[in-house]
Ligand binder design. Structure first.
Ligand SMILES: *Cc1c(COP(=O)(O)O)cnc(C)c1O
Length: 483
């Protein structure tokens, strides 16, 4: 039992609690310090899975005991994205500083929906830094959200309000006689499709534009699609360009899309989930030219920014429009000039969430402690590692590169008959080996081993380990497939 003080949930013995708290912190610091001694990932035994299916009152009400369960049954069976060998999907690695900031934020238990409090000034500070980073005007607004999936949805909703006016909030889009259509590339993230679905346009109103050999949105195909839609009486209102495509890390032609959007009066949204923060890296930022012309940018601090989950963000050029898309005055959220209800507008005026956690603090700590230069170096380094990996694949006859390496994602495969089956099995074998953890994607009907190098801890040793394990396990898997 955790002995509590009278009817509260606070401990009656703060000293014992302090000692236990220090043990828990020490365990996590040790965990981060010794990551390399652990497998990247390991399958969870069935008895562990079943241990989480107990009745509500299991009889144990004890902090030490709960901590012991966490250490034994949770920590070893996490996904492993903190591990330097993790290259699956696009996951951030987190940092020790981010972890500590989470403790501080949890201690404050701040609700960043609104009102006059320093935590909101921290969020405003981060908004200001992102404005500077993307060369956005002072009138631009920003908001922390869960992730880029949510930020993309907000982008669609704000673009809708830009075209139809705030009346759309009362009347809905169905009463409008115009058919609004949006555009994105074939390699864009599924959350763009979901955003069109959730916003009520339906995913059929999203045109999927083909990609060129660099995996960029084909501009001629885009212009043609817009012309055809206009001829058919539709109203193009939204283009989502991608900076860092989820499949291969491609960057759309932002300048050309910006020109087109201006000419056609279309909202220019950028899904820069992981790629937008390449603005921090001086050697890569020039390739994002045109990003400063976007109407809205959706991105994550929790991917390349290494901030612990979750920390998504949206930056909107027209802050007033952003506000008018979501603000909903009501008596219990009344604003005052002084007192705790001051400080309007509040973050809740810029999105669908009222209660909001303190995502800004771990982001503020990350930027404050490591600095933009160091964070940018980490981003550059992951791209350099991708080039190193590309060279290793090109010099290895049993491996084959399947896509250009624009940033930090490398798609390749083990050469074999029945290659799709073999490479799918090979990726599972790699994951189960605990040595390295890539994921898969499909490029031109070819199943690719996809290594996304996002983690700041990854080094050439980890790339070598992945390549060597791919060769060793590839042979075993390919032989097995033939027998
Ligand atoms: C990860 C990703 C998303 C989704 O972001 P979440 O933070 O997972 O919601 C959207 N677009 C791209 C290009 C991504 O890489």
């Amino acid at each position: 039992m955790l002995e509590t003080f009278e009817n509260t949930l606070d401990p009656s013995d703060w000293n014992a609690f302090r000692l236990q708290g220090h043990r828990m912190l020490d365990d996590m610091i040790d965990y981060l310090k010794h990551l390399r001694d652990q497998p990247v990932w390991q399958p969870m035994p069935e008895e562990v899975r079943h241990s989480f299916q107990q009745a509500l009152d299991d009889g144990y009400h004890d902090l030490e005991k709960a901590h012991a369960i966490f250490m034994k049954d949770v920590l070893p069976y996490a996904l492993g994205n903190v591990h330097p060998g993790f290259m699956g999907w696009v996951h951030g690695g987190g940092t020790p500083v981010g972890m500590l900031a989470e403790i501080l934020a949890a201690g404050l238990n701040a609700n960043l929906g609104g009102r006059d409090q320093a935590p909101i000034e921290i969020e405003h500070q981060v908004v200001q830094w992102t404005r500077e980073l993307f060369n956005f005007p002072e009138t631009a607004s920003g908001l922390f959200v869960t992730g880029t999936s949510m930020a993309n949805l907000l982008g669609v909703l704000i673009a809708r309000t830009a075209l139809l006016g705030t009346d759309v909030r009362r009347k809905g889009i169905t009463t409008n006689s115009q058919s609004l259509v949006a555009y994105t590339s074939a390699s864009s993230h599924i959350s763009i499709t979901q955003a069109m679905d959730i916003a009520g346009f339906g995913s059929d109103a999203l045109r999927t534009i083909s990609i060129d050999e660099q995996h960029q949105m084909d501009m001629a195909a885009l212009e043609l699609a817009i012309a055809e839609d206009k001829k058919a009486g539709m109203v193009p209102f939204f283009i989502a360009a991608t900076v860092g495509s989820v499949g291969v890390g491609a960057i759309d032609n932002l300048q050309a899309i910006a020109e087109l959007c201006r000419r056609e009066n279309i909202w220019f949204h950028i899904d820069g989930a992981y790629g937008a923060l390449a603005m921090l890296a001086p050697d890569i930022a020039p390739r994002l030219q045109g990003i400063e012309r976007a109407d809205s940018i959706a991105f994550d601090f929790h991917k390349w920014g290494q901030v612990p989950y979750d920390a998504g963000f949206i930056l909107v050029r027209n802050g007033k429009l952003h506000h008018n898309t979501f603000a909903s005055p009501t008596a219990y959220l009344k604003r005052e000039a002084r007192g705790m209800a001051a400080g309007s507008p509040w973050p809740c005026d810029f999105g669908p969430d009222l209660s909001r956690g303190f995502r800004a603090l771990k982001t503020w700590f990350t930027i404050k402690v490591y600095g933009e230069k160091k964070l940018g170096q980490v981003i550059s380094n992951t791209c350099a590692l991708a080039q190193y990996m590309k060279r290793r694949i090109e010099t290895e006859p049993r491996l084959e590169l399947l896509a250009p390496v624009a940033l930090n994602i490398v798609c390749f495969r083990y050469r074999s008959t029945n290659a799709n089956r073999v490479n799918a099995d090979l990726v599972v074998a790699l994951q189960e080996s605990g040595i390295a953890a890539p994921s898969t994607t499909t490029i031109n009907d070819q199943l690719a081993i996809r290594a996304a190098i996002v983690n700041h801890r990854t080094t050439t040793n980890d790339i070598d380990a992945l390549i060597n394990a791919t060769l060793a396990l590839g042979e075993i898997v390919a032989t097995k497939a033939q027998s």
